[in-house]
Design a protein around this ligand. Structure first.
Ligand code: SF4
Ligand code: SF4
Length: 306
């Protein structure tokens, strides 16, 4: 049997997902015995994606070129894999949905301190691909067969997904949460103060959330092996919501309010709690704003500014 053809492309992305593919290291060898990349702009100069069995896209859809590329890949492959948090949920760049296109272009090309642009020109005036009104996940435009979330995605999951698909078996994501994989000791969740990552001294063994750090482990799908909390950093939620949970941010808000004693004590100082949380949307929707219910509100707000 010949090798299975794979086409891969990045859309609105940073190339971290492609680095994760390279991070397969020796696991890449059995994969490469079975597949052949027929199109992968980050590695080879082939102008258009040919027909293939597997298509992989990283990144979300931010401009007209991203959308065109996505539709080409989808048309030419049998199985489409959305690779990484941006492709799966819109990702970190999706936080830009809180602003109008004009505000974004002005910030990036005109008003930043390091920019010298006296005539206020931006590249989108010059016939380049049109920026779309919002960052969107791949699944908002086309059917996605397999999601491999993560920023960057776990290399072991990429290898396992490709090998299981080639073997004809479906690839299933974990139905557990990062907390289920986390080795830190959990006792009682009784938050008194919310800390930013650089505040306080982290206890090496205890749950970070119980120490006051906004760890998103309870609201995030497992699969990474609890990489961040194991290394001493709070989970930022890059694997997206848990199974059957649409709104990762709402799950985190619920975790914070219940651990802050709001459920038990109606006299808890709500304003003090909210004031404690630096950048709530950035914390709770870091990777999933475009695919969240809140995104609709953000879009309405930006539309109202016009
Ligand atoms: S909240 Fe974070 S630190 Fe605590 S158990 Fe869950 S993943 Fe681990
Ligand atoms: S611990 Fe959280 S932020 Fe870190 S890799 Fe896992 S899902 Fe992503």
């Amino acid at each position: 049997m010949g090798k299975v053809k794979v086409i891969e492309s990045w859309l609105g992305a940073c190339a971290g997902c492609e680095i994760s593919v390279l991070d397969l290291h020796e696991t890449l060898l059995p994969v490469l015995e079975k597949i052949e990349f027929a199109y992968i702009p980050v590695l080879m100069d082939v102008k258009h994606p040919p027909k293939a069995t597997v298509g992989i896209v990283s990144g979300g859809v931010r401009n007209s070129d991203n959308l065109h590329e996505l539709l080409e890949i989808r048309k030419n492959c049998d199985i489409l894999i959305a690779l990484g948090s941006c492709a799966c949920f819109g990702g970190n760049p999706g936080l830009a949905n809180l602003f109008t296109t004009e505000e974004l272009l002005s910030e990036v090309y005109v008003t930043t301190k390091s920019t010298k642009n006296e005539i206020g020109r931006n590249p989108y005036m010059d016939g380049l691909p049109t920026i779309l009104p919002e960052m969107r996940a791949v699944g908002d435009y086309v059917k996605v067969d397999v999601m491999i979330p993560g920023c960057g995605p776990n290399p072991a999951m990429i290898g396992a997904a490709i090998l299981s698909l080639l073997g004809g078996a479906p690839y299933e994501l974990s139905t557990k949460s990062v907390c289920d994989e986390c080795p830190r000791e959990k006792s009682e969740r009784n938050l008194k103060k919310i800390l930013r990552p650089f505040e306080g001294t982290v206890d090496d063994k205890k749950c970070l959330f119980e120490q006051g750090y906004l760890c998103s482990g309870s609201a995030t799908r497992a699969g990474c092996g609890a990489r961040c909390p194991t290394a001493g950093a709070a989970c930022r939620g890059c694997f997206g919501p848990c199974e059957n949970s649409v709104e990762q941010g709402a799950a985190m808000i619920s975790a914070v309010t219940s651990c802050y004693g709001l459920d038990d004590d109606p006299n808890t100082d709500l304003d003090a709690m909210v004031a404690d949380i630096y950048d709530p949307i950035g914390n709770f929707y870091k990777y999933t704003l475009p695919s969240s219910l809140l995104n609709k509100k953000a879009i309405e707000k930006t539309a109202a500014k016009k």
